[in-house]
Design a protein around this ligand. Sequence first.
Ligand code: ZN
Length: 471
Amino acid sequence: MTVTLYNTAARAKQALQPIDPANVRMYVCGPTVYDFAHIGNARPVIVFDVLYRLLRHVYGADHVTYVRNITDVDDKINARAVRDFPDIDLNEAIRRVTEGTADQYQKDVAELGNLPPNVQPRATEHLPEMIVLIERIIAGGHAYEAEGHVLFHVPSMPDYGRLSGRSVDDMIAGARVDVAPFKRDPMDFVLWKPSDDGQPGWPSPWGFGRPGWHIECSAMAWKHLGAVFDIHGGGIDLAFPHHENELAQSRCAHGTPVMANIWMHNGFLQVEGEKMSKSLGNFFTIRELLDVWPGAVLRLNMLRTHYRQPIDWTVAALSETKAMLDGWFDQVQGVAPAATVPAGVLDAVSDDLNTPGAIAAMHELAKKKDFAGLRAAWDFLNLGVYARKDATFPIHPGNAEAAGQAAAAIGDAALGETLLARVAARNAKDFATSDALRDEVLKRQTPRLAIRIADRKDGDVFVTDVRVSVS
Ligand SMILES: [Zn+2]
């Protein structure tokens, strides 16, 4: 089957022709880890997760490599580290900010039903690759050193700007705002910059310093996917200058005509008709939304709009999405999935990720009462994991399986042990312990996750019924 994708670089939909069908390679720009991810950050994660699932379906799960980086060196991170941990060593403060934020990010995107990528490289682990790339770019005459900086010389690359389709005049007008005196051209951008004592840095041929943001992605993509790969993705806001600069760096370092064969960009997200901003009070983190809505509702709501269109994120749409998901849930609950994903769904997703088309096909399946097909589509888009509304797990003493299922439904695998210990304490008439362990489990409740724990006698033993309701 053919997968067709809109290639920003060609301004057209093109059939995907993998360089190596045994290893289809995709790079997506990931988060800069200094704060909670917001719902706009979730859009590329969900969009490219659907593409990842499609590629795994078409080429085989072992024949796709998906790389999504973590940017853990950035001036915004330094500022946050100084603000949040003023009294400790800067490097330790940076480590705390980046690790805490990265952990939170992984939890948030997992709750939205996304598979982890095959590789999640961190920028700080790729300094040697960055230095090699910069040396090659300088050697090729595309970059120069000035006052401890290394700058990419944009006029050295005649077709710079072709990816994003910007005119040189537009780009110069944007670049002129704040031009450092050592730049040969206003559009030249930083590959390396000096660090002073109060800033993170690494030794380099150009002195103690740190990389520019763009070179990080060029280095990580090269290390994990090679000089040329199949798909490069990210939000449309990254097309210029970030992707334009990644492309320029990688092509000049490797002497290749392209960096990726297909460039994909998802559209903007706005909230209730306005640009999301903290000052307007319409800024939502993924975490805040997950406290109110199941992850599957957020996921399906994102997929109701085609990825290249702007999306208007509204409470009204979320309510409609939840009603849709609840209806399907009742129809697919306990139904075995059809052996294949229904053609209408797969064809739509294969046509430049037409998820609204796939959702329309799911409505058709529901209308025809093809619930096995609906279930297969539901599984393919991974809508079910967090949509379980209500389930009761009877935990007999020593029954680790039921305890594990209850823990999974609550979302904390470690609770399985706690639940087993509790039912054992209850049977031993150690009420103090059983009450304390019950309270520990109930602490996991959130506005959307209710837990009820009740004991009943089954023959000679007490059995705990753990009821988990997700709304
Ligand atoms: Zn990037």
